[in-house]
Structure formats: C-alpha cells, structure tokens
Ligand binder design. Structure first.
Ligand code: CTP
Ligand code: MG
Length: 225
C-alpha cells in the first residue's frame, strides 16, 4: 500500500538546549534528520516525503538531504507543530489515499512498523504506533498526587501516525474551527469522535527530546551494528 509522509521539522529544540534545531545534531556520524528521512526514502511504498521546515533553515536541510531529493518536497513550517503538519497536508497529492505524519525527531523508526501501521490505517481509517507504559502514571497538581491511573489502559503514543487523507483533513479543519491545539494528529481525530486504532510499536522508537536521549539513541544504534 502506497503512502505519503509529512515530517514536521520546523521546531526549535528548546528542551534539548542546543541553541539550534536539534534535528541537525549527529547520531553515530549522521544527523537526526538524515536518519529519519532515509527510512522513508528507502521504503518503496513511500511515494513522497513532505518536509515542513523553517524558511531560514531550508538550504541547510536541502544540502543534508540531497541524496533523497527526488522524493522530498520542502514546505514552510508553522509556529506550532500542528500548523507545520497542516501546511504539509495542503501539499499532499490529490491521488494520495494514506498519509503518515512522523516526527523529524524520531530517527529510529523501522520499516516493519510502518508496514503494519499503513495496513491498519487502510483498514480502520486512523492508526498510531504505541507502546504499553512501564511506569506507574499519576495525575499531579502543584506537586500533589491527585489520582493514580490504571496502567493496564495506558499506552505511550508515538509517531508515525497514519490516516486516510480525508479523515486527517477533516480533523485539522475541525481543530481550526474549535481553536483546538493538540500535540499529535490522533488527538485531533479523537475530537471528531472518530476511532483511532493502536498498533504495537517498539520501545526503541524514541523521540529525541532532551540531551540524554542522544546517548540512548547512540546505544540503540550501536546494538544494530
Ligand atoms: N515541529 C515543527 N514545527 C513546530 C514545532 C515542532 O515542525 N512549530 C517538529 C519538530 O521539528 C519535531 C517534531 O515537530 O521534529 C516534534 O516536536 P518536538 O519534539 O517538540 O521538537 P521541538 O519543538 O523542536 O522541541 P521543543 O518542544 O523542545 O522546543
Ligand atoms: Mg515542541
């Protein structure tokens, strides 16, 4: 099943504290964004990679991603991640049926998980990769525990997230109308009372967010060699 992928890459990496876009940091000799894009560039089912980038960083991204250039379309990012994805959605081909959204900051995604996810989205309309939560999760206010959540029902949600294009377009329109800002696409689809299915992912598909994640990712990459 063919698909197109939107990769939001227009963040600032504030929590990384690097003073520049964290996607330009290296993991084992290659930048994070090169690794993320390569997975999709090498997947024959992926017909287009739509990369949302900041205008002032476009040339740098183009330079790094030269080898994948025939598949990559660069579009302007937005002020929030959701707006970067929305811009990407406007650039999806008219004949595209399944669209994926994948964080530029998740370079350790593997093709078998993409395959499973695309199949689920084709079948159910919306699907996301997720892993069962290992920690006990509590809701806290002002450092005081309010509630312990039942771990059996808790999953940590990752990207890619996959959708029939029409569903994601409607979800973004609905979010815009209701001024709703979500941290992922599934939350926008949930708002429309549409079902989103979970596909079991891998704990190794981490998002590079804070400085220690660089070390974790390097360990995971070393195990692969
Ligand atoms: N992103 C984007 N446009 C934004 C904000 C984020 O395209 N306005 C992208 C980031 O580049 C990243 C992905 O969305 O690939 C996930 O976001 P996150 O991990 O939060 O990255 P940053 O926003 O860059 O980091 P931080 O929140 O720490 O500033
Ligand atoms: Mg962010």
């Amino acid at each position: 099943m063919q698909y197109e992928v939107i990769i939001p890459a227009a963040g600032s990496g504030t929590r990384m504290g690097a003073n520049f876009n964290k996607l330009f940091l290296q993991l084992n000799g290659q930048t994070i964004i090169e690794r993320t894009v390569r997975v999709f560039a090498e997947d024959p089912n992926c017909t287009r990679i739509i990369l949302a980038v900041k205008e002032e960083e476009t040339d740098k991204f183009k330079q790094l991603l030269q080898s994948a250039q025939e598949k990559v379309l660069f579009i302007p990012g937005g002020k929030e991640r959701q707006f970067s994805v929305k811009n990407g959605l406007a650039a999806v081909s008219p004949d595209c049926e399944i669209v994926l959204v994948h964080d530029g900051a998740r370079p350790l995604i593997k093709k078998p998980y993409i395959d499973k996810l695309v199949e689920a989205a084709n079948r159910y309309g919306s699907a996301v990769l997720a892993v069962p939560v290992k920690d006990t999760i509590k809701r806290v206010e002002n450092f005081a525990i309010q509630e312990t959540l039942n771990r059996e029902n808790l999953w940590a949600i990752q990207t890619p997230q996959a959708f029939r294009v029409k569903i994601l377009q409607n979800a973004h329109l609905f979010a815009e109308t209701h001024a709703f800002l979500g941290t992922d696409e599934a939350s926008l689809v949930e708002r429309m009372d549409e079902k989103v299915m979970i596909v079991a992912g891998s704990y190794e598909n981490i998002k590079i967010t804070t400085a220690e994640d660089i070390g974790f990712a390097n360990v995971i990459l070393q195990q692969e060699d």
